[in-house]
Design a protein around this ligand. Structure first.
Ligand code: SF4
Ligand code: SF4
Length: 349
């Protein structure tokens, strides 16, 4: 076995031994032609290879979250898994560094480039784990643009390590084996309209094409998944956000909607759990949606059941003590109508 092969096997063993459910290796060559977020040199000028890996989220907590029975467990699990997978990146990076190969860990989430016009607020990651993951066979692109895996669906968290070590790249998974059947439940469960229904994006990485639904403005997801608003336009279901400010139609209207929603967001009582996020007012992000990720299970019947959980679980209101509760749309309207104008303005226009 050559040195590159030996080191590649060692790296994969180290990651698998830390409970990763998949690990892949991408190189400068297999990422050639990709978008700026696949440029290993941005992270490490001498970077030649990247190791990318996934840890799974708790499926039971996901179902309680989607039924709007329990918001805390998904938030706590998400935080724990983010810390674990980023910690694994640090561990592998240190190991390779000690072996004589300069390496840099790329954390799972909430790290952005500072050299863009608006700095971190442009939310451009140093490296896109998902491109690395699909190119190296960790998972497929689902229509949603999320990375999906045969056993865990889209419910995983990814992180990477860039290293100057020369490693042997792993192949993409065979496209024909992907479970994504274009069911579009990811789109139907997104109150922000983040995924285009008719346009696709194609990305070419090292001569291989990958396709998924075009993503519209990321401000959409920020507005809804960030908890600034959450009532679906039907008025029949919501995310875990108790706010029901209008969700605009057009991309360019989301920035204004976000600005208008910040003051009430800051004034609303918050849970004492969530994920620390540098861009969120108050620094603690309450994860309120994630529907496109959580719903996308490998079994179609499970996806359908989860869609029913989302749309049949009612709408969330906030009680005076700050607790969140899912009730029927009619009961939510009744409760809002009894609030003082000042309190009601925290939730709707
Ligand atoms: S929800 Fe359906 S269409 Fe969307 S990514 Fe999953 S399997 Fe594909
Ligand atoms: S997390 Fe929620 S708001 Fe964001 S894209 Fe997915 S479904 Fe849409």
């Amino acid at each position: 076995m050559g040195k590159a092969q030996e080191m590649s096997e060692l790296v994969k063993d180290l990651i698998r031994g830390n409970e990763a459910v998949a690990v892949g290796i991408a190189t400068r060559e297999t990422l050639a032609g990709g978008p700026p977020s696949t440029d290993l040199a941005y992270v490490l000028p001498e970077g030649r290879s990247a190791v990318v890996f996934a840890l799974p989220l708790d499926q039971e907590a996901i179902e309680r979250f989607l039924k709007k029975e329990d918001m805390a467990s998904v938030n706590n699990d998400n935080r724990r898994v983010n810390v674990m997978v980023s910690g694994m990146a640090q561990t592998l990076s240190d190991f390779l560094d000690m072996k004589g190969y300069k390496s840099v860990p790329a954390s799972a989430n909430a790290v952005y480039r500072k050299d863009t016009p608006r700095g971190p607020f442009d939310e451009k990651p140093p490296l896109s784990h998902r491109y690395l993951a699909v190119r190296s066979g960790v998972g497929y692109f689902g229509l949603s643009g999320n990375v999906i895996m045969p056993k865990y669906g889209a419910a995983t968290i990814l992180a990477s390590v860039v290293t100057e070590a020369e490693l042997i790249p792993t192949d993409p998974l065979p496209a024909e084996d992907s479970y994504c059947d274009g069911c579009r439940l990811c789109m139907a469960s997104c109150a922000s309209g983040m995924m285009s229904g008719d346009e696709k994006s194609t990305v070419t990485l090292g001569g291989v094409d990958f396709e998924y639904a075009k993503r519209l403005s990321y401000n959409r997801c920020e507005y809804v998944c960030g908890g600034f608003s959450g009532l679906h336009q039907s008025g029949k279901w919501s995310t875990w956000s108790p706010a029901r400010f209008p969700i605009p139609e057009k991309d360019e209207e989301f920035l204004g909607a976000l600005r208008n929603a910040v003051k009430p967001y800051v004034k609303r009582p918050k849970t004492n759990y969530g994920l620390y996020h540098p861009l969120v007012p108050g620094d603690l992000l309450q994860f309120t949606c994630g529907h496109c990720q959580f719903l996308c299970h490998p079994e179609k019947t499970v996806r359908q059941e989860r869609f029913k959980m989302i749309t049949g679980g009612g709408v969330v209101v906030q009680n005076e003590d700050g607790s969140l509760e899912a009730v029927s749309p009619e009961e939510a309207a009744r409760r809002l109508s009894t609030m003082s104008p000042e309190r009601r303005a925290l939730y709707e226009k």
